[in-house]
Write a new protein. Structure first.
Length: 526
């Protein structure tokens, strides 16, 4: 193998990145020795095909002779609003290690050149813990919250764990003894936080590499709230085909095209010399064609010379090539068992037979049509001092008008532009002469002196439907007021001891699997 020059190594290390912080330091290190870099991933939800983007970049680092450490950030996964329950943390960390090793093997990355580390292997040590305390004595609340704004789940009243998260990620750089950290550009604030605060503890400032945020592969910006927008690493070929058919792939649009981005950031970085991106198509559509660089492919698509269907079919073929070895690996009984244990299927609604025809399943909360809404206008009700008239964007043709009795509990400034959870299938009713088309869900203490809207994750999309863990089904078009469906279901709708919205201990979740919360624990939701 031909030895690369420092400049050639730098080109490999930095290609396709959106930004590098500390480029001068990178240049100097490469003149003297190989770079030490780490990439960390919090062990939360199941990895999907988008993980091939950082994996292909790790391949670049290795080609450039870097010493690469992959951190399975199990403790971070718990600190980020308990996205991974403590009871499943160890199993999910084991799953991440196996699935990521399978991904790296799929793209030809030699595992013996990598170092794999689990966060809790060193983050619970006396020395690390003491540094956490030292860091907490110099970091402000403002800086900690700002640093995690793009990564850690943001709520109005954040848990202390989320404020600790950026500091732990900064300390990881020192305790892993690396020169640089690699991540997405969404982590930029954590990276600059690290550069500011590590020197205050006597540690050196590291280099930071940032990947661009690649558009969603199989749903784009149009379907980010849909399950089909994510292609799982263990999805069957038929599932891949079905999801890609729904992909947002507008003719000539290269700005929001997740498929083109996948080809650029994954496939072209993996092609060997002489290989290119092959498009198989009928002679009527121009015949087969091969692109040796992404620039030519992008221009060809922008000029409407390539049909979206042909692009999808080609990407489908390459994705299945990448997934085939992973699927085969996870056919092993022990890995099947690990996958099922780390991500147990939701509990079935009922173990007995379906209800008789004509009877209402009043114990099924899927009947509630609860969606994310964004308040775009707040006004006082002209004929009621305690009521607001809210205009709420639910991604419908027109904003809905909803009357809410929050005047005593929230200012117009606190409500304006806020994300809220809206019960959308109540029968519309007039309140003091104005028709209300839904209800903003709120928590309330026992004596009704404190009332606040449920806290919705900041990245939730208006119009996306919220669902209860373990329940699936089509909501009623309109809840029958005579049968008091809402009144019966609401008896078990509350916040638990951690302030998380539940129905009989089943979490209320966004399509991305994030929980809804409140500062009020063990309180009713109405």
């Amino acid at each position: 193998m031909v030895e690369l020059t420092p400049e050639e190594k730098k080109q490999l290390i930095t290609r396709n990145l959106q930004e590098t912080l500390g480029e001068d330091k990178l240049t100097q290190i490469l003149k003297e020795r190989d770079l030490k870099v780490y990439w960390g991933t919090a062990t939360t939800g199941k990895p999907h095909v988008a993980y091939f983007v950082p994996m292909s970049k790790i391949a670049d680092f290795l080609k450039a002779g870097c010493e690469v450490t992959i951190l399975f950030a199990d403790l971070h996964a718990y600190l980020d609003n308990m996205k991974a329950p403590w009871s499943l943390l160890q199993l999910r960390t084991q799953y991440y290690e196996q699935i990521i090793k399978a991904m790296l093997s799929s793209i030809g990355v030699p595992l013996e050149k990598l170092k794999f580390v689990k966060g809790t292997d060193y983050q619970l040590s006396k020395e690390y813990t003491l540094d956490v305390y030292k860091l907490s004595s110099v970091v402000t609340h403002h800086d900690a919250k700002k640093a995690g704004a793009e990564v850690v789940k943001q709520v109005e009243h954040p848990l202390l764990s989320g404020l600790l998260y950026p500091g732990l990620q900064a300390l990881d750089e020192e305790y892993l003894k690396v020169d640089a950290q690699f991540g997405g550009v969404d982590q930029r604030k954590i990276f600059t936080f690290s550069e500011k605060y590590l020197p205050q503890l006597g540690y050196e400032k590291r280099i930071h590499f940032m990947n661009p945020m690649v558009p969603g592969l199989a749903g784009g910006k149009m379907s980010s709230s849909e399950e089909d927008s994510k292609i799982g690493l263990l999805d069957s070929p038929s599932d891949v085909k079905k999801k890609l058919k729904k992909a947002f792939c507008e003719p000539g649009n290269i700005a929001d095209n997740g498929l083109l981005s996948f080809v650029k950031h994954v496939l072209f970085s993996l092609f060997k010399e002489g290989e290119g991106f092959e498009i198989k198509r009928s002679p009527d559509n121009g015949g087969d064609i091969t692109f040796n660089n992404h620039t030519d492919l992008e221009k060809y698509y922008a000029d409407n010379k390539l049909h979206p269907g042909d692009l999808k079919a080609s990407v489908e073929n390459y994705i299945n090539r990448l997934l085939d070895p992973i699927r085969k690996t996870f056919e092993q009984p022990e890995l099947k068992k690990l996958s099922a244990s780390a991500y147990p299927p939701p509990a079935k609604v009922k173990a007995n037979a379906a209800p008789a025809a004509g009877s209402a399943d009043e114990d099924a909360p899927y009947r509630l049509d609860i969606r994310v809404g964004k308040v775009i206008e707040v006004a006082r009700h002209p004929d009621a001092d305690t009521l607001y008239v809210l205009k709420i964007d639910l991604a419908e043709a027109q904003p809905r008008t909803i009357i809410s009795g929050l005047v005593k509990f929230a200012t117009t400034e606190q409500l304006d532009q806020r994300l809220v959870a809206v019960l959308c299938n109540l029968k519309p009713s007039k309140m003091r002469g104005i028709l209300s088309e839904g209800m903003v869900l709120c928590t309330s203490n026992a004596d009704h002196t404190v009332v606040e809207p449920i806290i919705v994750p900041v990245n939730a999309a208006p119009g996306s439907r919220l669902a209860f863990e373990g329940y699936s089904g089509t909501p009623d078009e309109q809840l029958n007021p005579k049968k008091k469906v809402w009144e019966k279901l609401s008896v078990d709708f509350k916040t638990n001891a951690d302030g998380v919205a539940v129905w009989r201990d089943n979490f209320l979740l966004t399509p991305e699997g994030e929980q809804l919360t409140s500062k009020l624990a063990n309180c009713a939701i109405k």
